[in-house]
Every structure is written in structure tokens, then in C-alpha cells.
Write a protein that binds this ligand. Structure first.
Ligand code: KIV
Length: 289
């Protein structure tokens, strides 16, 4: 082994804290990888322990997405999300769940510089959260890094098509793959990441025919978000799907509930009862025994 790599592995193993890793019978990476053309994989995002607990029985994996920057922290994009934020929320989701595989997004700037830097940061995320895999955005330019990580025991999920961390380069959020050149590039990206060893790839915001072609062509299981039911599984940002985030709602989002409205109604009822002094009632008060 070259000295530089040996040094890197020694540094990483010195800083690894495995005390948070609970051995539980979760959905494993081979379970997910084996679902090619099988039962569709069900997944949602989760950022907190209570939400993870609610979603866990229904999902094969929970993604701690860097979308938390926009959804939880009110940022304009995902670019300001830090590694520490992902680790804190990743740990909460692992604690709150027991069945689903937990996958954590690597934030902008933590994996693009070099395979070694990516490895160091991914090891921190896996060791400090106990998650099962990490997700990174990118295509051919990330293939060497994906291979480096997978060869050293870090399971990787890729992300192609609309890549939110590259929205400045792409000129905003829009459907991808309508023109032939772009479609070929996305296909090559997916193939490169799959061949490099990613067990799964999120395909975001691409036209249906392209998502279907990629799904049939590559070994990795595909997870669609705005990429049609032809993918091997689906993911949505939970807050989009339950009406808790309405700053920006892409065409591919379906609202399965209006939880935001329901919370608003509960808060209004609470305010009314506080003002009328009907809450707290006698049942909510302590008295001398
Ligand atoms: O950050 C995120 O939530 C994601 C999903 C949209 C796939 O990457």
C-alpha cells in the first residue's frame, strides 16, 4: 500500500467513533441492490428522529437529503449545508428508525476535491451516524471517486440529471434530457457511476424515455424523482409530499396530505383557547393531593 494512502487510513481510523453504531436488522445495501426490476423500492427523505420513526415502517430506505438546507433551515439552495449538519441529522434519523436503510447526502464541497478528501469525509459521516451508505451528486467526473470509495468499503448512491448542488452551473432547476446531447451526457454519467461501483443512482428531473433507457441499461438500481414510474424505485422530499414546504413545488411532486394546513388549524385553535382561558382546563392543571 502506498505510504500516503496508509497515512490517510491511519488518520481516519484514529478519528472514528463507532459507539453510535447499533447493529439492527435493517434493509441492507445488497437487499436494495438486488431489487433491479423487482418490487419498486420505496423511499422518502427524513431529517429528524420523530419523522424517521413515522416513515420507517413504510420505506426501504430513508434519505437524509441536503434538501434539509432549504426545507428545515430556510436556505435558498443546498450549497450552504455543512458536513456537521448532515452528521447531526443523520444520527437523529438513525436513532429514530430501526428497519429502513439510512443513506446520508454528502454536502457541496465535501467530496469533489479529491477521492482521498471524499473518503475522509464519507468515513466521518458513516462512523458518526451509523448510516448504511452515502449519496453524492455527479457523473463521469465523479467516477474515480466512486470507485475509490466503494473499493474501501463505502457504499455509494449516485445522483444524475437535475443536480441541485450544480444549479448555478445548470442555470436553475428544469427538466433534463430533452435535447439529444444532454440526454447522451446523462446516460454516460449514469453508466460511468454504475460501472464505478455505485449500488444505486437517483435520477432527478429527466424525461420518462431517458429514465427508462438508463434503468434498463445500468446495473445500479435507479431511484426516480421526477423521472417516471419506469425507475426501480421512487423518492420524494417528505415535506413536499405532505404539504409542509411550499416555497417551491416542482411538477413531479404529488401532495399526499396537507399537513401544513392542519398544523395551522391546530395553532389557530390553541391561540383561540389561550385567549378565551379555556386552555389549560382543569384536566391539564396540578392540584394538591
Ligand atoms: O437532498 C435531497 O433530498 C435529495 C432528493 C431530492 C433525492 O437529493
Amino acid at each position: 500500500m502506498p505510504d500516503t494512502l496508509k497515512g490517510l487510513m491511519e488518520t481516519v481510523s484514529m478519528s472514528v467513533d463507532v459507539s453510535n453504531i447499533k447493529k439492527i436488522n435493517r434493509v441492507s445495501i445488497p437487499d436494495l441492490a438486488g431489487r433491479k426490476s423487482g418490487d419498486p423500492i420505496v423511499s422518502l427523505t427524513a431529517y429528524t428522529a420523530p419523522m424517521a420513526k413515522i416513515l420507517d415502517p413504510h420505506c426501504d430506505f430513508l434519505l437524509v437529503g441536503d434538501s434539509l438546507g432549504m426545507v428545515l433551515y430556510g436556505m435558498d439552495s443546498t450549497l450552504g449545508v455543512s458536513l456537521d449538519m448532515m452528521i447531526n441529522h443523520g444520527l437523529a434519523v438513525v436513532r429514530g428508525s430501526k428497519k429502513a436503510c439510512v443513506i446520508v447526502d454528502m454536502p457541496f464541497g465535501t467530496y469533489q476535491e479529491s477521492p482521498e478528501k471524499a473518503y475522509r469525509n464519507c468515513v466521518r459521516v458513516m462512523a458518526e451516524t451509523g448510516c448504511g451508505a452515502v449519496k453524492i451528486e455527479g457523473g463521469r467526473e465523479m467516477a474515480e471517486t466512486v470507485n475509490f470509495l466503494v473499493e474501501r468499503g463505502v457504499p455509494v448512491m449516485g445522483h444524475v440529471g437535475l443536480k441541485p448542488q450544480s444549479f448555478n452551473v445548470a442555470g436553475g432547476y428544469r427538466a433534463h434530457g430533452r435535447d439529444q446531447v444532454e440526454a447522451e451526457r446523462i446516460k454516460d454519467d449514469a453508466l460511468a457511476i454504475s460501472n464505478a461501483g455505485a449500488f444505486s443512482i437517483v435520477i432527478e428531473g429527466v424525461i420518462e424515455d431517458l429514465a427508462a433507457e438508463i434503468t434498463h441499461k445500468i446495473k445500479a438500481v435507479t431511484i426516480g424523482i421526477g423521472a417516471s414510474a419506469q425507475c426501480d424505485g421512487q423518492i420524494l422530499v417528505t415535506e413536499d409530499a405532505i404539504g409542509m414546504f411550499s416555497e417551491f413545488t416542482p411538477k413531479f411532486v404529488k401532495r399526499f396530505s396537507e399537513t401544513g394546513d392542519e398544523i395551522g388549524r391546530a395553532a389557530a385553535e390553541y391561540a383561540k383557547e389561550v385567549k378565551a382561558r379555556t386552555f389549560p382546563a382543569d384536566a391539564h392543571c396540578y392540584h394538591n393531593k
